[in-house]
Design a protein around this ligand. Structure first.
Ligand SMILES: NC(=O)c1ccc[n+]([C@@H]2O[C@H](COP(=O)([O-])OP(=O)(O)OC[C@H]3O[C@@H](n4cnc5c(N)ncnc54)[C@H](OP(=O)(O)O)[C@@H]3O)[C@@H](O)[C@H]2O)c1
Length: 329
């Protein structure tokens, strides 16, 4: 299959190349795509070198599928052009996620929604993906009424510039800034732009995307999203109120049975998920599973995943795998 990776020089794009190779996606030809700035730059994939081209040049090369991670503006401009040329687009930006005509897909949760008509498919927000993988089996079993989520998000979620800011600060060097404040030795309770209601856009993404992916607007979600000086992945504290009561061991078993989810939960031996362990892995890790003793039918848990993997590249490649398995690309 001819595969274009749009944003191939970025953090997510680089991870996509790693994931395509690691999962043995049947790539016969790779088309790495980036901006004019990177045109002609060489990218290595499975021992072969490929030259970076611009999005317009990539369309002319007619890939079967294009994995986009080059920001919302690039997606808005080019995804429809790729689609018109018959190329299926899987897009990592927020450009199409809430468009009612586009599917927003996490294969383990709602992969069944994909059809032959879907030419632009949206990959959800990284924090939302890891949360819904863990929520799905519990919603099926106990019906979720409300989720209160607080995130502890890696700087890799903001791209190359943010990683450089953290590294520069740690080395005592001046450099480009991705954040309005120092990130090293700090915590910034602000991800993406503020909205009129006082929430950030990242928080609203978690709320709205969860309802769309779970196909259930009755699930109430409230979120506080926070950037921390960490690299390996995003962590989330979830407080979940169910309609029905549960047994904590049954909750663990349901999570362990969920595809793409690994339970790491043994306080006696200090086993709980951490971003340094999730780094470079495709799964979502869940631990600190315990009853919220302050109100009925309510659970606390801690969810960690590599935001560049399951939160972005892995999920996009899994969508491509699913399309291929259904004969849709
Ligand atoms: N980081 C995450 O955890 C994460 C998770 C989910 C989704 N996303 C989304 O994925 C996208 C990329 O994120 P990132 O973290 O990889 O950012 P990044 O490291 O800053 O990389 C951005 C990429 O986009 C390319 N690009 C920029 N403008 C372009 C244009 N006009 N035409 C073609 N290519 C262009 C860049 O190419 P040059 O090298 O030529 O500039 C680079 O390859 C964003 O939409 C982001 O919201 C990120």
């Amino acid at each position: 299959m001819k595969v274009a990776v749009v944003g191939a020089t970025g953090l997510v794009g680089t991870e996509m190349l790693t994931v395509l190779a690691a999962r043995n996606f049947p790539v016969t030809e790779l088309i790495p795509v980036a901006s004019e700035r990177s045109k002609g730059k060489e990218i290595e994939f499975k021992g072969k070198k490929y030259k970076v081209v611009t999005p317009s040049e990539a369309i002319a090369l007619k890939p079967d599928v294009a994995l986009f991670s080059a920001g919302g503006d690039t997606s808005k401009e080019f995804a429809p052009k790729f689609a018109e040329a018959g190329i299926t687009v899987i897009d990592n930006s927020s450009a199409w996620r809430m468009d009612p005509t586009k599917k927003l897909v996490v294969p383990e949760v709602n992969g069944d929604v994909l059809s032959v008509d879907d030419k632009i498919i949206a990959n959800p927000n990284c924090s939302t993906i890891q949360m819904v993988v863990a929520l799905k089996p519990l919603h099926d079993k106990y019906k979720i009424k409300r989720v209160v989520v607080s995130t502890y998000q890696s700087v890799t979620g903001t791209g190359v510039k943010a990683v450089n800011q953290l590294m520069d600060e740690r080395a005592g060097k001046d450099g480009e800034k991705a954040y309005p404040y120092p990130i090293d030795l700090n915590v910034i309770p602000h991800i993406d732009v503020f909205q009129e209601n006082g929430y950030t856009k990242e928080e609203m993404k978690m709320i709205l995307e969860t309802n769309k992916i779970m196909r259930d607007d009755s699930i109430k979600v409230t979120a506080t999203t926070v950037r921390i000086p960490v690299m390996g992945g995003h962590s989330e504290s979830l407080n979940i109120e169910f309609e029905n009561d549960f047994d904590v061991n049954d909750v663990r078993a349901a999570l362990a049975a969920q595809s793409g989810c690994i339970v790491v939960d043994d306080p006696a031996s200090l086993q709980y998920p951490m971003p340094k362990d999730a780094h470079g892995k495709d799964e979502v890790f869940v631990g600190r599973i315990r009853r919220d003793e302050s109100q009925p039918n309510t659970l606390n848990m801690w969810v960690v995943a590599d935001n560049l993997r399951k939160g972005a590249a892995t999920n996009a490649v899994q969508v491509a795998e699913l399309l291929a398995a259904k004969g849709l690309i």
